[in-house]
Design a binder for this molecule. Structure first.
Ligand code: NI
Length: 167
């Protein structure tokens, strides 16, 4: 089991736009395994490769109670969105912060699985919200950046203070 260090907001590396995975090989599968170990240990319901400082388009999500329903999406692409969800979100890169974000309630997406096979999925509710949150990471976006300027400043101040304490 390999646990990867998770970048913490406001680390500028979280703003990197991830590159497409051109070939799903053992290196990518090893990354997925390490990301899953890291997400389950945290514990969290989703993780993007961006958060472990690997800037490739790979995300994982598991919203099950039993923690054994791992969804892997490589090069995920949202092809349709509908409805509106207003869910409270958290993020392993922004620990302790939970805020509501507006998202589509239902999405359709296309991605590759861990064997490099293309598949399509329709997702709703929490799964749809998590997938949208994780895809944002691949675009270099952290969920707190949807919040008001005032809230963002408060969160930023809190994390900068923590950073100083660690250093
Ligand atoms: Ni996140």
């Amino acid at each position: 089991m390999a646990l990867l260090p998770i970048l913490r907001y406001p680390d500028p590396r979280l703003h990197t736009v991830a590159a497409l995975v051109s070939r799903v090989d053992d290196r990518i599968r090893k990354l997925i395994k390490d990301m899953a170990d890291t997400m389950y240990a945290a514990p969290g319901v989703g993780l993007a490769a961006t958060q472990v400082d690997i800037h490739r388009r790979v995300i994982i999500v598991d919203i099950s109670e039993t923690r054994d329903q791992l969804n892997v999406f490589i090069n995920p692409e949202i092809t349709a969105r509908s409805g509106a969800a207003d869910c409270e979100e958290g993020c392993l890169s922004v620990p302790g912060i939970f805020e509501k974000v507006k998202r589509a309630e239902r999405i359709k997406l296309r991605a590759l699985d861990a064997h490099g096979r293309s598949f399509e999925l329709a997702a709703a509710g929490m799964l749809a919200v998590c997938i949208q949150h994780e895809i944002d990471h691949l675009e270099g976006k952290v969920f707190v950046e949807y919040l008001s300027r005032l809230k963002q400043q408060r969160i930023l101040a809190k994390f900068k203070k923590q950073q100083r304490r660690v250093m």
